[in-house]
Design a protein around this ligand. Sequence first.
Ligand SMILES: Cc1cc2nc3c(=O)[nH]c(=O)nc-3n(C[C@H](O)[C@H](O)[C@H](O)COP(=O)(O)OP(=O)(O)OC[C@H]3O[C@@H](n4cnc5c(N)ncnc54)[C@H](O)[C@@H]3O)c2cc1C
Length: 385
Amino acid sequence: MRANRYDLVIIGAGILGLAHAYHAARQGLKVAVIDRDAQANGASVRNFGFVTVTGQQRGDFHSLTRRTRDIWAEIAPQAGIVIHHHGLLVSAQRPEAMAVLQSLMMTEMGEGCTLMDAEAVRAHYPQLTPTQLEGGLWSPHEVRVDSRSAIHQLTRWLEAAHQVDFHWSTSVHGVQTGHVATSRGAFNADHVIVCPGDDLATLYREVFQRHEVTRCKLHMMRLADPGFTLPGAVMSDLSLVRYLGYAERPEAAALKSRLEREQGEHLKQGVHLIVVQNADGSLVVGDTHHYGDTPDPFAPSAYDDLVLEEFENVFGRPAPAVLERWTGTYASSPKQQFFIETVEERVQLVVVTCGAGASSGFGIAERSLDQLLGHTQAPLSAQAE
Ligand SMILES: Cc1cc2nc3c(=O)[nH]c(=O)nc-3n(C[C@H](O)[C@H](O)[C@H](O)COP(=O)(O)OP(=O)(O)OC[C@H]3O[C@@H](n4cnc5c(N)ncnc54)[C@H](O)[C@@H]3O)c2cc1C
């Protein structure tokens, strides 16, 4: 049997694999995406779909998220993907949280954002009626898609408009330069990109080990329509000691000390609050963070209750009924936000090692392809035949 032949084979149909497919197809390459599942089912369909810019780590990563946000905004209408929100409201419940937001506003990361006192937050955002409120920050930079449908729409659009071939239910068990071995036979490819998400064991285990990658498990919920429309995504004080753009501000240390005293259990279970809204009014709310190479499959409701408690703190009303619960996992490393590594000649392993692949994937994939192809312009299949 003649092997399938492509300019570029991508392993993994999550957002990082799709982002590579998008950039490569636009350069005229013949692209295939291989995934072991019958449809994307990993972190990319389980997340908030929250493309976060403000609060991401200052410098390179922040720039990559801006670039990614621009690409989402450009392709969403073409792919039929609805952008549900523009922007982010960070509610500051404590003076120490306001100090972090003020500090961020003094840097280039505050560009375009608005800092508000409590009175202004209450006036502009009547959805929030908390007892404890110092002020807040509005960022216009974010977009939000419903990943559960958006990833499938993106896949269909790449197939129909960019002639990307998808090979589902096909497990890759070995890669060598020019050759991909799968459960459904061999593929020949001039170049290979490996985007296996948090599968740390099947391919290039030693590279994952060197980058100190483990897995992070998160609890997520969908809540009933609260009867109001969110202005954008909403976050709170707990996020300011987790997202590095805030957490690396010197003022975050005082906030962390106070949170340790007042919300120690939330910090212990890695709880912070993100709230986004779907077209039907329901809210997607999370999350928790627990780490391990094989996180257990159990989801104690006590951890969900901590998330719902924070919802009540921020909105000043009890959380609506829980309609759905699920967990997800992503690759996580204390060493870096992502890595692009040449693992063999013309084979690159690309992994986002923080919980921000939807926010950074298009930017990372663009850089990764530039690196892999060396800015090659002509379709490579012509050279390879
Ligand atoms: C609950 C949750 C909430 C999150 N919220 C956000 C958010 O709002 N914003 C944000 O920016 N990020 C968020 N993240 C992080 C983000 O979802 C991830 O960083 C991103 O989805 C990773 O994309 P990926 O394509 O690398 O991995 P995945 O989506 O996990 O895809 C990897 C794919 O590779 C396939 N695969 C692996 N190995 C093989 C093999 N050997 N053969 C064949 N196929 C293989 C898998 O089947 C899978 O489909 C969240 C993550 C979770 C879990």
